[in-house]
Design a binder for this molecule. Sequence first.
Ligand code: SAH
Length: 347
Amino acid sequence: MAQTIVGLEVGDLQQVLEGQPAFRARQIYEAVYRQRVSDLVQITALPVSLRKELASKFPLGLPQVAAEYKSVDGTRRYLLALEDQKTIETVLMPEEGRDTICISSQVGCPVNCQFCLTALMGLERNLTAGEIVGQVLFVMQTHQLSTGSDRLNIVMMGMGEPLLNLPNVIKATRLLLDPNGIGLSPRRITLSTAGIVPKIVELGREPIRPKLAISLNASTEEQRRELMPITRKYSLKDLLAACKAYPLRKWEKLTFEYVLLKGVNDTDADARRVVKLLAHLNAKVNLIALNPGPGIAFETPDAGRVDAFQSIVRRSMPCFVRKPRGRDIFAACGQLKRVENSEFKNS
Ligand code: SAH
């Protein structure tokens, strides 16, 4: 794929700009990530000839909107086209006092969780660091968002399994957190994984990394294997051992996500087992009532069941219920499968 500018760090820019003085790389870096220009010719700090040369040699590398959907609750789902015309999804969830952008890490996903629509696509390819960061730049530009006053949260919970694209995810994280560039707070970026155990260990060694959320989704080894076949390779036992050894920062807790499936993993006994599994960890739990979709053979539990589950877990550790956002436009957790307008009515 063509070399783009978005995704490059200062050192990379210096290499790409061979022959130019070093300060040019920093000027371009600031224009792209701090001022967030939408075209290289807008970098007025550069001589016109260099701007033109750059623009003719390299695409900036921001994604293009292929489709946009707006939910009754204000959530927006973007279908974004990449350089090679493959499409991914990015979701903006505005709230009172904060905004959350949910970004994708792969085109499709190779992990075949039985309750997730993205799984039905399979994996098409990994995203580059530039394509991961480009989603954030695009949404920030479109909605004039700023990183100021801790308002902006990024969750790597869109399409894909981020830990199966770790080098690009880490590079993207460095770009998102760099105070000289985008400048997000390290407490405001979270990665969610299905539980790729050796990669959790690798992530823990990274000096600059997102917070870690883990999709638990079951209360026993057997149940987890059924619901998330990838866990036959990465067992619950090994996962919990890696979590115990994970080097949390002082202010950090591990988040465990748990998709509640009616009559499958939502009983009081499941809740008690979840508490037992996580008791020795510095953890909090986010419950997600299933977001339904075509081809998904599970049902959403009633609100009363969700409450009962939460009250059991909450006695032992913080436990929240994730509010579904944008279900009506297929923007909620597990619903990102490039569903188009015409398909809504069939679901
Ligand atoms: N691959 C990563 C990132 C996806 S994050 C992971 O597995 O963690 C998306 C979250 O939504 C995960 O916790 C996943 O378990 C959950 N999820 C998937 N399908 C869902 C659905 N249909 N309804 C509710 N949550 C779902």
